[in-house]
Design a binder for this molecule. Structure first.
Ligand code: ATP
Ligand code: MG
Length: 478
């Protein structure tokens, strides 16, 4: 389902623009120009390599933006050059650097400089989708300004040269100061065209709203509303990458609320329609911020709200019995559908299925959990045994005293896990012995006997790792 009408602001209490921005100086540690000079110096050798070949090279994008914000800790650095990919490859290899042609078709060559990854991309002029294609078509150019003009946001469209001189043709610096998000050159028509060229940019804007707490300008928001359906043209893997990043940001609530306000959230995840209509997106966003930095727990917070509101048409309320929820198979099937839609890995799919399907009723946490119950929890949830408690804590704002119960349970689980392996183990050759000594036919009867023995171990009626005689004795007595 793709929503066709934009939710008006007043109908959508989930959306509130970002708070009034503080001046840029408040974000900065030290002198931003000095930070740029240091950044240029850091890659002096690389700049020289290209300069010696008569090629231009600039550091662009996130590293420049973050340096201006006083954040110099990054894992990757993006460069732009007028050298064609083959030439960049040759220059880097001749200097003895390790290279990785990660996106040669799109003009990107990666190289390792000490333990830093740099990506060098040939200037681009176009990044448009051919009709029917899910991958962008790329055309190389020879102008830095043209390259910068096709970037997603003005704050990401700045570059520096070797000396740390800032090249900022689209007032990215001023956008940083005003804490706004807009495409280079702004303007409604132009923004639409930039979003249409690569609709992923919609999700990226939400991601940067979440990362920086900046507000998209009204034109940006309007253009996103107009272009949201175009998201369906791009690959789901790209959706997933940006959504993952958004869910882990410091202001995920702002990013998510904006995405819902533009209707783009409902395009990538149609089941969120009722969540948006019931004005629950801000609440989900606030809960995300209180959730550990764990990707699958964060996805589960969003998905649990989504599946419950979709099926009950009521906000998620953990203080009411889970009987009012869609049942376990439905929740699991929903998780699995989303996992397929967003191309989750198998491990990720299993995790959201387990968390959404198996989330315990908070009422059950008040009881005293004996060892058999703890073991069953550990076995049922496997490595997600603690995660599901984090999920309960995150979405349980309607249950007073919940964190006390989850805290107690968390401790008990950790301590049990540290002293024993909860998995029940049966001796080797047991099947054969049961067949020979008790005359049990092979097949379902034998499997059922084994299952009963495992249950007996979990209940402590039988010690773990019993020998064959103990198993046979127990089966005779029971
Ligand atoms: P991060 O700090 O998360 O790495 P980043 O700004 O470096 O953020 P990347 O996704 O690594 O973002 O992309 C590097 C740069 O390439 C961006 O700053 C932006 O200028 C440009 N860019 C990346 N993806 C797109 C896109 N889909 N459309 C336009 N420009 C893009
Ligand atoms: Mg980057």
């Amino acid at each position: 389902m793709v929503t066709t009408s934009a939710p008006a602001k007043e109908q959508n209490p989930a959306y509130r623009p970002a708070r009034t921005p503080p001046p840029l100086g408040m974000n900065l540690s030290g002198d931003p120009r000095q930070a740029l000079v240091l950044l240029g110096q850091r890659f002096g050798d690389l700049f020289d390599l290209f300069a010696r070949e008569g090629r231009r090279l600039y550091l662009v994008g996130g590293s420049v933006r973050d340096a201006l914000l006083g954040d110099t800790h990054r894992a990757d650095y993006d460069f732009a050059t007028d050298a064609l990919p083959e030439e960049s490859l040759r220059i880097l290899r001749a200097a003895g650097l390790r290279t990785f042609p990660i996106g040669a078709r799109f003009g990107t060559i990666a190289a390792a400089i000490s333990d830093t990854l740099v990506e060098i991309t040939t200037f681009r002029v176009q990044e448009a989708y051919e009709p029917g294609s899910r991958k962008p078509e790329v055309e190389f150019g020879d102008s830095l300004d043209d390259d910068l003009s096709r970037r997603d946001l003005s704050i990401n469209a700045m570059a520096i040269d070797r000396h740390g001189h800032l090249i900022d043709p689209f007032d990215g610096c001023s956008a940083l100061e005003r804490r706004i998000l807009e495409v280079p050159r702004g303007g409604l028509e132009n923004t639409r065209s930039i979003l249409r060229d690569d609709p992923l940019r919609l999700l990226r804007i939400a991601r940067f709203a979440g990362r920086l707490g900046f507000a998209p300008t009204p034109d940006t928001t309007q253009a996103a509303m107009d272009c949201r359906a175009e998201l369906l043209r791009i690959s789901r893997e790209r959706w997933k990458m940006e959504m993952d990043k958004l869910l882990l940001t410091r202001h995920a609530d702002q990013g998510l609320a904006w995405l819902a306000h533009t209707g783009a959230l409902q395009v990538v995840l149609p089941a969120t329609g009722p969540l948006v209509r019931l004005g629950q997106v801000r609440r989900v966003g606030a809960q995300l911020l209180d959730t550990p930095d764990d990707l699958m727990t964060r996805w589960s917070v969003l998905l649990l709200h989504t599946v419950v509101t979709e099926h009950t048409d009521c906000r998620l309320d953990l203080s009411r019995s889970l009987e009012t929820w869609p049942d376990e198979p439905l929740r699991t099937a929903f998780a699995s559908g989303v996992a397929s839609r967003f191309r989750f890995s198998n491990a990720e799919r299993q995790c959201v299925e387990r968390l959404l399907g198996g989330i315990p009723d908070p009422a059950s946490l008040r009881a005293d959990w004996d060892r058999p119950a703890l073991r069953r929890h550990l076995i049922g949830f496997g490595e997600d045994a603690i995660r599901v408690l984090d999920l309960l804590d995150a979405v349980g704002d309607t249950v007073p005293g919940l964190t006390e119960h989850t805290g107690r349970l968390r401790e008990a689980l950790v301590s049990l896990r540290s002293v024993e392996d909860p998995l029940p183990r049966l001796p080797k050759g047991l099947g054969h012995a049961l067949h020979e000594q008790l005359g049990m036919p092979r097949g379902p009867a034998l499997a059922e006997a084994m299952a009963r023995l495992r249950e007996a171990i979990l209940d402590e009626a039988l010690a773990n790792d019993p020998d064959i005689d103990a198993c046979i004795g127990w089966l005779r007595d029971n």
